[in-house]
Design a protein around this ligand. Structure first.
Ligand code: F6R
Length: 357
């Protein structure tokens, strides 16, 4: 039920701090350590490479998850779009593990990869919001997102739940492998939940930015580097699917290799800057597009901010910034769709779960 909310999407955006707290609770034992299925721990410990398979927003969560698994657990990870996997089947390592990320657990593109890799005798772990779903039943292991039903077609809380659960999985695996970390995901996620709350409490800010940037524009660009590049890809998908504005998410450094030709007077460009190592370069990209007439909006992390930024995000651990930087992106898409009179919860041509290949 929507309750007092005008749309499920807005309700689900607002639920994200609670979902993160629920995940902390579900994945925490009585000693405040990570609680995770012993079989999953065992399976993760012995793999030499992980193949993440997903579609759409779940694929974007996979791009972030790869960073956790590589940087924290020291396991090489490939992230594949499910529908492309069979055409470009990679050479598999000796001890592969497949992680299927799927909110619904019913995505046909992902399922066809699951069927194929099970035939080859490989192990599958499904990360899903629906434990009884096809992808969950047919995999060897399941990690539950605990996000509660997601009704709006545009995925919001499932994305942040996927990232949170993958962070926990990566740290648990690191510990199982004897890697010492000074990163407590449960504690850091607690900080994230409060940061998310402060963002959902400032909706007017994002409504104003959306009105200013997206009221009439036919197109929009999002730019980011490193971790922020993954979030801008999700940001542009969100905007496209519900507001029908043609949008693209680019790596800041790629602009000069072609896309900058599209920048005209007034073209909206949204930049995210949450990582110290990219802050200088992404701001250089903002200057480049502004010099060509773009209307730029920078959303930065506290500590990396400058006076002209449109919004400053509360500080969270540098690995977990997608969990907070995505919230303004979801709200910008929501308000853009609202201003343009679009059907927010049921965008044209889209279904909540895509059960055809
Ligand atoms: C976008 C969106 C889709 C899904 C994709 C995969 O907002 O919802 O891109 O993320 O269809 O769906 P699941 O995660 O159910 O496999």
């Amino acid at each position: 039920e929507k309750g007092t909310y005008p749309h499920f999407m807005l309700k689900e955006i607002d639920e994200q701090p609670f979902v993160i707290r629920k995940i902390i609770q579900e994945y925490q034992d009585e000693n405040d350590a990570i609680k995770l299925d012993a079989d999953i721990r065992k399976a993760m410990k012995k793999v030499d490479r992980i193949y993440i398979i997903a579609a759409g927003t779940s694929y974007h969560a996979g791009l972030v998850g790869k960073q956790f698994l590589e940087k924290l657990a020291n396991i090489p990870v490939e992230v594949h779009i499910a529908s492309e996997f069979s055409y470009n089947m990679p050479l598999l390592s000796e001890k592969p593990l497949f992680i299927f990320i799927s909110q619904s657990g019913e995505t046909a593109d992902s399922r066809s990869v699951l069927v194929k890799i099970k035939e080859l005798g490989h192990t599958a772990l499904t990360v899903t919001n629906v434990p009884g779903s096809t992808l969950s039943r047919e995999a060897d292991h399941t990690l539950h997102l605990h996000a509660g039903p997601e009704i709006a077609v545009a995925s919001t809380k499932a994305y942040t739940a996927q990232i949170a659960v993958l962070a926990i999985l990566a740290v648990d695996t690191a510990k199982a492998k004897g890697i010492a970390l000074d990163f407590d995901p449960l504690q850091e996620l607690g900080i994230v939940a409060s940061a998310m709350e402060s963002l959902t409490d400032q909706k007017e800010e994002f409504e104003a930015i959306a009105k200013d940037m997206f009221a009439t524009t036919p197109n929009a660009f999002y730019i980011g580097r490193g971790m922020d590049y993954f979030v801008v890809q999700e940001a542009s998908l969100k905007l496209k699917e519900i507001s029908y504005i043609q949008a693209e998410g680019f790596a800041g450094g790629e602009l000069k290799h072609g896309t900058i030709a599209l920048i005209e007077d007034g073209t909206p460009v949204i930049a995210i800057s949450t990582q110290e190592n990219v802050n200088y370069s992404i701001r250089g990209n903002v200057q480049e597009v502004e010099a060509r007439g773009a209307k730029a909006c920078v959303i930065s992390l506290k500590g990396l901010d400058q006076d002209t930024d449109s919004f400053v995000l509360p500080h969270v651990h540098e690995l977990l910034t997608p969990l907070v930087s995505v919230i303004p992106m979801q709200l910008l898409a929501y308000y853009a769709a609202l201003h343009r009179d679009c059907d927010v919860d049921k965008p044209r041509n889209l279904a909540k779960s895509v059960t055809v290949e």
